[in-house]
Write a protein that binds this ligand. Structure first.
Ligand code: NDP
Length: 344
């Protein structure tokens, strides 16, 4: 087979605060010949996720940063084009982690076969993939909602938040979603079946949230931080649980905020309300509950109890702008880039 090229987006420089197009560069590279055990992949869908913003930073985190000059990381659904790996013939669809590029060479052991007849391919990056699992593990292992309790989650129309609220409902809890704007709120309430949805951009957001949780909040699944968290804290019940999943409102913040130190007040609240505040990265729960998640999520999806929505952007070249938009709520549903068509 003649040499295959890959168009790829690399990290050109590290952002300070808001990322911009200047932080990325597009390159075309020739891919190496396949070694035994490897596959050549054609990317179909690239997942864009908030965590990628943190990977652009240098410094210590739960995962290594992307090095300047390296391909941006990311989950992908791809099709095998050529193969020297057993069980992965050309044409097979796989879930991998090949990043922001059109083609890649990967070890056969680093990908997982997908059945396109089982569920739409893009769901492997959303409701049936890492975001869905994040919701499942964080809510059930840390939040532990009981029937009749009230669960609140922001970014409620996104892949993590939408699954949190729906799983809370399946477990008999009351689900209140927080989302940006009337369209997202209508979707969260009317399509996903949350008991209430509150627009965090409304001027009287804090009052509306209070009215929506007459019995207080037992589980606050933290996705965003900032003013949303400030409005939630006074409404927490005794022994409330806070799985700290993400802080998307803070990812582009480059300096500490002005104003009073709120930490002593927060710690006093943790004390007097006997709160459980527990950060987590989804990978820590894979061994323990990934099998349960796969079983339950597939069943709920088939039964129509777990709904999902994808926001598909066409063209790898549009990945940076779509990514910037997601950090400000421009996406509506799980954000994926269609890098190539599903059918070759
Ligand atoms: P989404 O697709 O929901 O996109 C992020 C959403 O955050 C935006 O659409 C927007 O929704 C909301 N948002 C952005 N800025 C603000 C703001 N200033 N205030 C309030 N809301 C804001 O993302 P995901 O579902 O993929 O991820 C949700 C969270 O989960 C993120 O924090 C992410 O980092 C985290 N995460 C953590 C994992 C872990 O292992 N701990 C794994 C996966 C995700 P809206 O317009 O409704 O405000």
């Amino acid at each position: 087979m003649s040499a295959v090229t890959s168009t790829r987006i690399v990290l050109a420089s590290r952002p300070h605060g808001e990322p911009s197009e200047d932080n990325f560069r597009t390159e075309t590279v020739e891919l190496p010949d396949l070694a035994d055990g490897q596959v050549l992949l054609r990317t179909v869908y690239l997942s864009l996720d908030p965590y990628m913003r943190n990977r652009m930073n240098a410094g210590e985190s739960y995962a290594d940063p992307v090095e300047v000059g390296d391909v941006m990381v990311g989950g992908t659904v791809s099709q095998v084009v050529d193969s020297r790996a057993p069980g992965l013939p050309a044409g097979t669809y796989v879930l991998g982690y090949t990043g922001w590029q059109s083609h890649a060479v990967a070890d056969g052991t680093a990908v997982r076969v997908l059945d396109p007849d089982r569920a739409p391919l893009a769901t492997a990056l959303g409701v049936l993939g890492m975001p869905g699992f994040t919701a499942y593990a964080g809510l059930l292992k840390i939040g532990q909602p009981k029937a009749g309790e009230t669960v609140v989650v922001a970014a409620a129309s996104g892949p993590v938040g939408s699954a949190v609220g729906q799983i809370a409902k399946i477990h008999g809890a009351r689900a209140v979603g927080i989302a940006g704007g009337p369209d997202k709120c209508a979707y969260v309430r009317d399509q996903l079946g949350f008991d209430a949805a509150i627009d965090h951009r409304a001027p009287d957001f804090a009052d509306r949230l209070k009215a929506a949780v007459p019995d207080g909040i037992d589980v606050y699944f933290e996705n965003v931080g900032g003013p949303v968290t400030a409005a939630v804290l006074p409404l927490l019940n005794l022994h409330a649980r806070i799985p700290v999943c993400g802080m998307v409102s803070q990812y582009n913040v480059a300096s500490d905020p002005e104003g009073p130190d709120r930490l002593p007040g927060f710690m006093s609240l943790v004390l007097v309300k006997s709160l459980t505040v527990r950060g987590f990265i989804q990978s820590e729960f894979v061994r323990e509950v990934y099998g349960d998640f796969e079983r339950d999520a597939s069943q709920w999806l088939a039964e129509g109890r777990l709904k999902h929505r994808e926001d598909v952007v066409d063209g790898l070249e549009n990945a940076p702008s779509a990514f910037f938009g997601m950090l400000h709520g421009k996406n509506f549903g799980k954000l994926v880039v269609r890098v190539g068509s599903e059918q070759d």
